[in-house]
Design a binder for this molecule. Structure first.
Ligand code: NAD
Length: 297
């Protein structure tokens, strides 16, 4: 692990609309493991958490495939920021829920970078509804992107990691898969049954893959973000009233920033976490600590 001088946060350039400004609350990166020579692929990397993770991995030395399904200009902007750091970056369009597109994306990535060492399955969405009004389309859309999409990306990652095999001059592991889960793999979420089911599924999928692939030295982990300031949950933080209400659920009393997740992803992807597999790293400011019980319940 290389110890870099303290730097400003890995800012993804977005300014918050309410609450404390990101530059005052996101932790500076003090310890920065090296990911040099380990090409990475991040899905949904043109927005929010995926964008910050792509930039964080690049800052740690990785060349990065920036996956997107819409808004190519956002993906190109991320690629531009990565290239400005002296790394390589390519944007690849693919819908993670479509098998042929995922297979083609991995083939293009390997053609461009020779191999992949890190895959962050981040793409996700919500289609919220009261349970008895939820349509099969809303259910299927969320499961197909959030769960099936993660299955397809993890499977292609595992195939590439096994094909290349272990190269200890680059990393102690043959490859690293990081699934973007949610605190809702654990916290039930009325009005979002499809989303909670998809993230609960991600948890046991991740653990089962980790168990199966550990002998090949492929590490598989998840990150469970709490409330992170991104477009997916804008109504929960973009007015002072919403922000105040959100804080009743967050003992650490600040919203998470995409860079909080990026720093966890960099660590999980690095050899600093070489003995870590099959685990979920909660990055949630204590949201899963049952804050309602802080006064005795
Ligand atoms: P976001 O809306 O900013 O980003 C989601 C990304 O996924 C976008 O780039 C979107 O285009 C992409 N995407 C959606 N469908 C896709 C598809 N079919 N194929 C490829 N890409 C697709 O939201 P975010 O908050 O950055 O979410 C990223 C991940 O983090 C999601 O998996 C989400 O469930 C998870 N998460 C977010 C929070 C939070 O508070 N923001 C909390 C817990 C978990």
């Amino acid at each position: 692990m290389t110890d870099a001088t303290p730097q400003s946060p890995m800012s993804s350039g977005e300014q918050p609309a309410s609450g404390p400004p990101a530059t005052e609350v996101a932790a500076p990166m003090r310890y920065f493991p090296s990911l040099t020579g380990q090409p990475a692929l991040v899905t949904g990397a043109n927005s929010g958490i995926g964008k910050a993770v792509a930039l964080g991995l690049a800052k740690a030395g990785a060349d990065v495939v920036v996956n997107y399904v819409a808004e190519p200009e956002g993906a190109e902007e991320v690629c531009g920021q990565i290239r400005a750091m002296g790394r390589k970056a390519i944007a690849i369009e693919a819908d993670v829920s479509v098998e042929a597109e995922v297979v083609a994306m991995f083939a293009k990535a390997v053609e461009a970078f020779g191999t992949l060492h890190i895959v962050v399955s981040n793409a996700g969405l919500q289609r919220d509804s009261a349970f008895d009004a939820m349509t099969l389309e809303q259910w299927n859309k969320v499961i197909s992107v959030n769960l099936t999409g993660q299955f397809l990306c993890a499977r292609e990652a595992a195939r590439e990691f096994k094909r290349r095999g272990l190269d200890r001059s680059v990393s102690m592991a043959a490859g690293k898969i990081i699934c973007m889960s949610s605190v809702h793999q654990q916290i039930p979420w009325g009005g979002h049954v499809n989303y909670a089911a998809s993230k609960g599924g991600v948890m046991l999928m991740m653990k089962s893959i980790a168990q199966e692939l550990a002998p090949q030295r492929i590490r598989v982990n998840a990150i469970a973000p709490g409330a992170i300031r991104t477009p997916i949950n804008k109504p929960a933080w973009d007015t002072p009233e919403a922000y105040e209400s959100l804080m009743t659920l967050v003992p650490y009393n600040r919203i998470g920033e995409p860079d909080d997740i990026a720093q966890a992803a960099v660590w999980l992807a690095s050899d600093a976490a070489d003995y870590v597999t099959g685990t979920t790293l909660f990055v949630d400011g204590g949201m899963t600590l049952y804050p309602g019980f802080s006064t005795g319940g």
